[in-house]
Design a protein around this ligand. Sequence first.
Ligand code: MN
Length: 222
Amino acid sequence: MSGDERLGKYRGKRDFGTTSEPRGDTVRHGDAPCFVVQIHDARRMHFDFRLEVDGVLKSWAVPKGPSAEPKDKRLAVPTEDHPLEYRDFEGVIPKGEYGGGTVIVWDEGTYRPLSHDRRGHAVPFGDSIERGHATFWLEGSKLHGEYALTRFHGGRDSTEPEAWLLIKAKEKTGTVHDRTGRSRAPAAPGAGAPDPRRARSVRTGRTLQQVAESAADGDGRG
Ligand code: MN
């Protein structure tokens, strides 16, 4: 499926004459695939967790946000594929529009697919998502380490709505080594519960409220 076909649902929900969200016309040929976590102060506050897969951002709404604690199982509800440029979106979606409310980029970075089959062979990442279980290593400013997304309801031939869990993998030793060989201390207690109203944009350091205020000042995307 081309990016254009994949984004049909996304575009159908939005009026691009009104919202400043991207339509999604560019194609990226990058190195490592990217991820982004946005905080979206919509009708219900939630985090949007997005992974670049085959030219689009596969997306899940995570009401409580991702946790750095392996004991936390975070509900993740799939939403429509978003264009890659959406990772740059920070601003206000007008009231009355789909998803109306303020968005900040809470974390971003690259990820490394880790999905394997039972014999230990690497599986194309898009396939692992289709099958309902994907593992990956995040290298963000806030999130580091191995995570898994697992579908536990719906999907395949089911007509039920899909529900997934986003869970941090248990660390094998006391410290984690990322790709550059630097070691990191394990996440501090409490690292699992970002408060969305106090959280700051990884891009601009602003809170949701500050982004909303600058938009209200006629500053547009601020
Ligand atoms: Mn959202």
